[in-house]
Design a protein around this ligand. Sequence first.
Ligand SMILES: [Zn+2]
Length: 162
Amino acid sequence: MKHCMECGNTLHRTTVDGKERLRCAACGWVHWEDPKLAVAVIVSRDSRVLLGRRGQGERQGLWSFPAGFVDRGEKIEDAAVREVREETGLEVLLGPLFMLRSETGEPVVLAVYSATPGEKAPVPSRELSELRWFDPGNLPPMAFEHDAVVLAAWSERRRGDR
Ligand SMILES: [Zn+2]
């Protein structure tokens, strides 16, 4: 971002509230860099989880669960249901929030839900080459480091529930 959203003048790097940010010298507008909210969904059936294999782009061939960014103004639970529908064709019954993950210096905050699908077979979206059910104790190569962490916590919780 180079220009002020209010008046169009040039933005300058300066310290505002103890952190370097872009500010407009003409009107004082500050570009606040907000966190970005993403949602991920653990869809499970018979204690196996549904993972999709990325068919294109970065991390192609690696696996992950249905996930994506929440639109501004979109209810987060709706975003979770939407992402599962878009990536797998399944309508799911969403459980409560399972985990909220954030890291220092990381702009993305991840909200993880668990969900149960109906009887339908999942159908991969165009971005995915494959969808498959996995035992969380025997995972394929995962796309993101936090995927395995989230699934380990999920398995741990399920063992505790029994
Ligand atoms: Zn300005």
